[in-house]
Write a protein that binds this ligand. Structure first.
Ligand code: WT7
Length: 624
């Protein structure tokens, strides 16, 4: 029997550790833990002494039950082709691939494996096969550039890369294998590359290094014994942007992560056996890890996957997919909702969306207007919306309303889940009961990050030095009912179309361009993407800005980092606003770029620049 939500909240409040102990017991363990939590701030160990395997919990546990014949995955390619994988078939593929990894490639527990693939079933297979043998997967989103991929491979020391010949995006081919080749051209640590023939296009294979996936699978054994992992053994590394130029390899471990992934998926999406569940995130992001792969599969759900873009071949593709596959739970990002809203109601209205019963939003604040449109036009005013706040670092949803239980308030994420403690605090750490402040998670939780790969000091500095408790990097406010509204990042991290981008990463890409002397990047509000990137640059002495200089620079950034980091505007200025000690005053840039007064400029060494900036901004952005 499922306990009522009130009972859950009560149980967590009465005995938080006992509550998590009970949640962890819903998983299959090889060895039980002896201690629920060992907390040496800021280092947590959950379910200490326990052993389990994540792939067993997502696959084996369903075999021998009616779920074995149920669809685990329904996949549609951008070209309209469909593939389904029952739990039994998915389990077999995962076993085969795990066998390939251990026997042909000698991948061992603790080895790192980088996965750079399109959103296809083989990506799920690769992830779970790594989990099965205890290899630590690092999935890199297929939209990242060769350079970003190389840095991520190098940072965690992967010796194996899994990729595909290519992926489909808006009818074009994303040449993933060529990008891998380019990434590997400047490093020699990777011994093997496995290539899935997804598109069936010819790709050069480097002999002694590159091997095709399909022939390996055909020869592999359909069973590979799972590694029994310590609860605290790493399950994966996922890179995310921070306030320096170097992305952070966020480390998640096995027992705690999986406990929260399974628990939160079931609770927040009120998962029922017959649901067709679609989370539109790519598996290259944390949302895809937790709410496409681990959470739903641990619950035996049917996961729908779509390879391509929402506007291909037409702007109704999402709604058409929901109609065709009878999707009942739909979880997406505000950027996508706002884009669809702009494209017009006739697109969703042309399809039968009556299979939907629950809608979700994640990744950035959803403005009330978009919320209402989502609720009315997509949900026909009958589907609850869960606006879920969380982060790569939190591993799973921390704050939301629960469907049919809490009152939904457009613009507010809601309340912490049972077992999660969140507070709004002032800069001194004192609690703000009603009003604005910084968002902190003030007790450890099972799916919390365990560190930054290879950089323990940075972990302590970034998350534990601003406040006495975990600092999320977000500003937030709370109303009388305790509902939390996320106000956005308070650090130098941008959120563009739900993707996290460090201003420093973009700045270092810009100054790597021949002729650029300095760069400063800020975010400005954008109707669709939430935030848009504005880059201010100065040129080196004697350098002349070409007529198409802005376009060249935008393309350069996209080629260095990935298209998600492409600046919307490049603004040329003779100088950046700086204090006498030489520090760039971003506030002046940020305010000016939004047409707001620059604010106090008395500490500027070059106050005259403010007027000049204003002129440049209005000429370039043409909207002030
Ligand atoms: C940052 C985390 C969590 C999965 C996707 C992004 C922002 C996330 C919400 C929300 C307002 C949100 C925060 C957070 N964010 N969800 N429901 N409402 N803001 O993961 O890349 O680690 O980014 O995304 O600013 O800190 P991420």
């Amino acid at each position: 029997m499922t306990p009522s939500i009130t009972t859950l909240y009560q149980a967590a409040q009465d005995d938080r550790l006992g509550f998590w102990d009970a949640q962890a017991k819903t998983l299959v363990w090889d060895t039980p833990w002896h201690t629920v939590l060992d907390w040496q701030k800021p280092h947590a160990k959950w379910f200490v002494g326990g052993r389990l395997n994540a792939s067993v919990n997502c696959l084996d546990r369903h075999l021998g039950t009616p779920t074995a014949n149920k669809n685990a995955l329904i996949w549609e390619g951008e070209d309209g082709s469909v593939q389904t994988y029952s739990y039994a078939r998915l389990a077999e593929e995962v076993n085969r691939f795990a066998h390939v990894l251990t026997t042909t490639f000698h991948v061992k527990k603790g080895d790192r494996v980088t996965i750079y693939m399109p959103l296809i079933p083989q990506l799920v297979v690769a992830v779970l096969a790594c989990a099965r043998i205890g290899a630590i997967h690092s999935v890199v989103f297929g939209g990242f550039s060769a350079l970003s991929l190389r840095d991520r491979i190098e940072d965690c020391g992967s010796k194996l890369v899994i990729t595909a010949d290519g992926g489909r995006r808006r009818g074009q081919v994303v040449p993933l294998k060529s990008i891998v080749d380019e990434a590997l051209s400047t490093i020699d640590t990777v011994q093997d590359v496995i290539v899935v023939s997804h598109l069936g296009i010819e790709v050069p294979l480097q002999s002694g290094r590159d091997v095709l996936y399909e022939p390996l699978m055909a020869k592999a054994s359909p069973y590979c014994p799972p590694q029994s992992m310590d609860s605290e053994d790493p399950l994966f590394i996922l890179y995310t942007s921070g306030t320096t130029g170097k992305p952070k390899g966020i480390v998640h471990t096995t027992g705690g992560y999986l406990t929260h992934a399974a628990f939160s998926t079931k609770l927040v999406f009120d998962l029922q056996p017959e649901d067709i569940y679609w989370c539109t995130a790519d598996i290259g992001w944390i949302t895809g890890h937790t709410y496409v792969v681990y959470g739903p599969l641990a619950n035996g759900a049917t996961v729908f996957l779509y390879e391509g873009s929402p506007d291909y071949p037409d702007k109704d593709r999402f709604w058409k997919l929901i109609d065709t596959h009878k999707v009942s739970i739909f979880y997406t990002a505000p950027t996508a909702i706002r884009a669809c809203m702009k494209w017009g109601d006739h697109h969703p209205n042309a399809h039968d969306l009556s299979s939907l019963r629950l809608l979700g939003s994640v990744g950035e604040p959803i403005n009330p207007e978009a919320w209402r449109w989502y609720h009315k036009v997509i949900g026909n005013s009958r589907c609850p919306i869960v606006d879920t706040w969380w982060q790569t670092e939190t591993g799973g949803i921390m704050i939301t309303t629960l469907p049919g239980y809490h009152r939904m308030k457009p613009g507010y994420a809601g309340l912490p889940l049972p077992g999660i403690e969140a507070k709004i605090v002032g800069e001194d750490g004192s609690e703000v009961v009603v009003g604005k402040g910084l968002l902190t998670l003030n007790e450890p939780w099972p799916s919390m990050l365990r560190g930054i790969w290879g950089d323990p000091r940075r972990y302590e500095e970034v998350y534990w030095s601003t406040l006495p408790t975990y600092f999320a990097g977000d500003g937030a406010s709370k109303d009388q009912d305790g509902h939390v509204m996320i106000e956005g990042r308070v650090d130098d991290v941008l959120n563009v179309a739900g993707h996290r981008i460090g201003t420093m990463e973009v700045e270092s890409a810009l100054v790597d361009y021949n002729g650029v002397a300095e760069a400063a990047v800020v975010g400005v509000p954008d109707d669709i993407k939430g935030q848009a990137i504005v880059a201010f640059i100065t040129l080196k002495e004697g350098v002349v800005f070409a007529e198409d200089g802005a376009t060249l620079l935008k393309n350069w950034v996209a080629s260095r980092i990935g298209a998600i980091a492409r600046p919307t505007w490049i603004i040329l200025t003779p100088e950046l606003p700086k204090t006498r000690s030489g520090k760039i005053m971003r506030r002046v840039l940020k305010n000016s770029a939004q047409g707001l007064p620059a604010g106090d400029v008395s500490t500027l060494a070059n106050p005259d620049i403010v007027e000049l900036l204003r002129a440049q901004i209005s000429a370039t952005m043409n909207r002030l």
